[in-house]
Design a protein around this ligand. Sequence first.
Ligand SMILES: Cc1cc2nc3c(=O)[nH]c(=O)nc-3n(C[C@H](O)[C@H](O)[C@H](O)COP(=O)(O)OP(=O)(O)OC[C@H]3O[C@@H](n4cnc5c(N)ncnc54)[C@H](O)[C@@H]3O)c2cc1C
Length: 412
Amino acid sequence: MNQPDPPTLTPQSAGELAGMLRAAADAGHTLVPWGAGTLQHLGGPALPEAGRIGTRALSRVLDYTPADMTITVEAGATLGEVQATLRPHGQWLPWDPPAPEQATIGGLLAAGVSGPLRLGYGTPRDWVLGMRVALADGRLVRSGGKVVKNVAGYDMHKLHIGALGTLGVIAEVTFKIAPLPEQVAPLLFTCPAPAVAFALIDQLRARPLAPISLIVSAGRNDERATPGVLLAVRFAGGAAAVARQVRLAESAADQLGAPRKELDDEHTRALWPALAGFAHPSFTHRNQGAAGALIIRAGAPAAALAAVVEALEQAAPPGCAVRVLGYGGIGLAYARWYLSNPAVQPGTHLAALRARLAQLGGYAVVEGSPALPGDPIDRWGPPPATLALMRTLKARWDPQGILNRERYIGGI
Ligand SMILES: Cc1cc2nc3c(=O)[nH]c(=O)nc-3n(C[C@H](O)[C@H](O)[C@H](O)COP(=O)(O)OP(=O)(O)OC[C@H]3O[C@@H](n4cnc5c(N)ncnc54)[C@H](O)[C@@H]3O)c2cc1C
């Protein structure tokens, strides 16, 4: 007899969420934790028989006293909702992932996503003080706390950040929060060659300069884009300190022959969300090829960034347009290989890219791929050294594999 599809579950409280997980484990149903669903196709595909457990009804602010500089929210709140709570008090979470108005706190943490603010403010992992997580056996586990100096159980919740919901469903999160900076100054420089952009990055990272974002945008076969390489920079802080940093940055750029590009207010406002959203499938670009884009995230030691950006450009299939964003000061880069011809099979090119990145101490993960019959994409590449540890954790917290089964590295 055919089993009916498991229904979409919509718990209204953390207790109900935990109870539903317990019931699913008892019945042997697999479940996909579902925030806003904006990027469910990333990671491995969900099993066809898996049900969904939606967190969107869990969106309350549970505790917020501005003077304490902490906030506790349920995981189904969107980042935009949290920022709207903080803003009237001159506070924010310094975190700019893609689609912040739609994506939920739980989904963003589960996917471990940051954005261009990461250089200045670190990753969301650095801002999470504690969590309450529902495990597959129905236990609701708390770790960390509301007080910045409380370190009891501090590391436990960090395991859920970036685990793609395979270890438990995040129910509540406590963040420390930051005061909104008095001023933020965005600058854009046009560099004649990648070497100039990376030399400028080195200068902008030397004291007394302290940019909060440094994003290089380079490309290949990208005829209609601005020629050369763009470097987008932001400074934040008190007005006088920001003005001083802007002057120093302009003078360093002048000496390297990298003129400042003036943008009107509208383009300035659009620039940073566009950079943050570059790896999101909804990002559109004039080079969008007929077959779509392969979206690649590459990590490596920060000092290797120039070589990583070059590898992402050069390893792409011949003839296809490429755009790469490199995060200066952080060994992170995103590439989009615009596959103009559906017959192009990028698998061997991806393998060559990974071989080059391995020499640099780096790796590449595919975050989005067009449907390419006959060329199944190896999403994760060679398994990391931590895979055995991940399997052990999975076996302990979700022994029946009911949460996001087979979607994570190594088929976890
Ligand atoms: C592997 C991966 C890597 C990504 N890397 C980047 C990146 O580097 N740059 C970038 O711009 N964007 C990246 N994204 C996209 C970004 O994470 C999305 O913006 C975010 O997932 C949107 O949140 P959502 O609420 O729509 O969550 P969903 O898309 O619904 O869920 C995201 C993932 O988290 C799980 N999940 C959802 N809610 C919870 C919860 N409360 N507890 C536990 N698990 C939960 C889901 O099952 C799913 O695996 C990545 C996404 C994934 C899956």
